[in-house]
Design a protein around this ligand. Structure first.
Ligand code: HEM
Length: 554
């Protein structure tokens, strides 16, 4: 024991020395890191100095002091910036120490989206990871490549055609709901359309009916909306980017509460479906005749990768959650905008009615794949609506290696924002860009237009995997609505509100929501009613108001 005392005593000196050495090493490390970060920052600053940008940019804060914090104002602001620099090849924005390059010309966007080096998503997508994991939308590199290859066949046209049944069914429910509103003055149809889109994606993605159209108080539905809101709010608030601060001071707890609801719902659906498939496969006696509708989930449960491995339930959950997130508010926003524009342009509406008359005559049968091909003018209307109001008005990529865009050097680590909203207003490709002219998309008028001038679904290898599904859904729902109703924007309607709801993947994904006023009231004292379909009274489109629809004094 006596020997232990000096031993401890002799340790005291070296320990102090170690502590000092440790502190010195730490200081050196911090200095080196700070130096490295600062010199990298200074290099970036110099490198992109030549790219046109705002005045009043300061080191470290960048343009942050001039930027609006509210989502809607921020979107309007960056659109204004794009317009101001319309004639410049690109422009830059410093958000704090992070440089963003804004692209709004088909030529520069093509250079970015066509380059397999820049396929990674920007930093802001990271806040979607707790919910969507690293599914198709958020994954990168090899994982994304493998997944995309595995999932592409599930969006094959023949499979999508099977989903037509669900779309028709839900469109019927929607029309019945709208009928209850019709004739009672203008009303906001936004929620009706959105719940219909939600029902469609739930049943097609998971094979699960949630009856959102009749029961909009479902906990799962509420959590989908709440979560989209929470995530996009966090993306706009850099002070909540740190998990530690977010979970202690921010909405972290609320975030996790919703996450639990969302994940337990999809987990149980996947489990149930997997058991059902296993039972059907194992029991040759089971009634194969009672065929259950296929859903994306069924295909994911059966699909295998190149090595023949099945996807795990966790992998499948990432994709199902991604489809749920990405696959309904985008289509809902697009349909709402289309309705608003149709209601504001009677001539376009007349042409749609005429086309519907030619395709369906007086029948109220469901829409089939052949009909979809024939609805060419309606397709032009949908495209023109997506041009003016793209559901995803901008999205971002990370620049993964130093590159040159249109003569300007862009360093690795910058984020590039593709300004779809501004791109679609390029007068070189769309003269009088603010005008609603569906004829722009007739084949003879589209010939020769730059392939990247119109990209509502992004472009290149990382484009939207659901675009055919989306176009199909929009056509079915709009065809249903317009077969039965006239849409009119009341003359005293309040101005269209560009509400950037940010209910999509990142702050980069914004949804425009317009309050579409739907009024079958054409003049005071008259109202129009839908004639019951069984009467088969559907007249030629021109006669729609007077024959198909009853008209009488109130
Ligand atoms: C009008 C409707 C839609 C629009 C405008 C739209 C637009 C887009 C855009 C612009 C992207 C690229 C996003 C980015 O790079 O950050 C994207 C990606 C994606 N979309 Fe859509 N989308 C729509 C509907 C759908 C639907 C219905 C589904 C699923 C059923 C879907 C699933 C996806 C997925 C999984 C991705 C990621 C693809 C990948 O990175 O490989 N989308 N969408």
């Amino acid at each position: 024991r006596r020997r232990a005392v000096p031993a401890l005593g002799s340790m005291a000196l070296p320990m102090g020395t170690y502590a000092s050495l440790g502190a010195a090493a730490f200081l050196v490390l911090v200095t080196c890191l700070t130096y490295k970060l600062l010199s990298r920052y200074a290099r970036r600053w110099r490198e992109i100095q030549a790219i046109p940008g705002l005045e009043g940019t300061y080191p470290f804060v960048g343009d942050a002091l001039q930027l609006k914090s509210n989502a809607r104002d921020f979107f309007c602001q960056i659109h204004e910036i794009s317009e101001r620099f319309r004639n410049a090849p690109l422009t830059k924005l410093w958000i704090g120490p992070v440089p963003f390059i804004l692209l709004f010309h088909a030529e520069t966007i093509e250079m970015l989206l066509n380059n397999s080096k820049h396929m990674d998503k920007a930093y802001a997508y990271k806040f979607l990871h707790p919910w969507l994991g690293t599914g198709l939308l958020t994954s990168t590199g090899d994982k994304w490549r493998r997944r995309r290859k595995t999932l592409t066949p599930t969006f094959h046209f023949s499979i999508l055609t099977e989903f037509l049944e669900v779309m028709n069914e839900q469109a019927e429910v929607l029309v019945e709901k709208l009928e209850r509103e019709a004739g009672r003055g203008p009303f906001n149809c936004f929620n009706h359309i959105t719940l219909c889109a939600l029902d469609i994606i739930c049943e097609t993605a998971m094979g699960k009916k949630i009856y959102a159209q009749s029961n909009h108080d479902s906990e799962y539905v509420r959590s989908v909306y709440k979560m989209s809101d929470i995530v996009t709010r966090r993306q706009r608030m850099p002070w909540y980017w740190s998990d530690f601060i977010y979970y202690f001071l921010g909405e972290g707890k609320e975030h996790n509460r919703n996450l639990k609801v969302l994940h337990s719902f999809t987990q149980s659906v996947i489990q149930e479906r997997a058991e059902h498939i296993a039972y059907m496969e194992s029991d040759s006696e089971s009634d194969q005749g009672a065929k259950k509708r296929r859903a994306f989930l069924d295909m994911l449960l059966k699909t295998t990768d190149e090595e023949g491995n099945k996807l795990s339930h966790k992998d499948i959950q990432e994709e199902v959650d991604t489809f749920m997130f990405e696959g309904h508010d985008t289509t809902a926003a697009a349909m709402n905008w289309a309705l608003h524009l149709i209601g504001s342009h009677p001539e376009a509406q007349r042409k749609i009615h005429q086309e519907l008359q030619e395709v369906f005559g007086s029948s109220d049968r469901p829409v089939n794949a052949e009909d979809l091909k024939k609805l060419q003018y309606l397709e032009c209307v949908i495209k023109e609506s997506l041009r003016l109001f793209p559901s995803v008005p901008f999205f971002a990529r990370s620049i993964c290696e130093d590159c040159v865009i249109n003569g300007f050097r862009v360093p690795k680590g910058a984020d590039a924002i593709v300004m779809v909203y501004a791109l679609h207003r390029d007068p070189r490709y769309f003269p009088d860009p603010e005008e609603f002219r569906p004829e722009r998309f007739l084949p003879e008028n589209s010939a020769g237009r730059h392939a990247y001038a119109f990209i509502p679904f992004s472009a290149g290898v990382r484009n939207c995997i659901g675009q055919r599904f989306a176009m199909m859904e929009e056509k079915v729902i709009l065809a249903y609505i317009l077969r039965y109703f006239n849409i009119e924007k009341p003359s005293l309607a309040s101005p269209v509100q560009h509400l950037c709801l940010l209910s999509s993947p990142t702050s980069i994904h914004l949804d425009f929501i317009v309050h579409v006023f739907w009024s079958p009231v054409s003049a005071p004292g008259r109202r129009w009613l839908r004639v019951p379909a069984i009467l088969n009274l559907r007249p030629p489109a021109e006669a729609l108001p007077t024959v198909t629809l009853f008209s009488f004094s109130q």
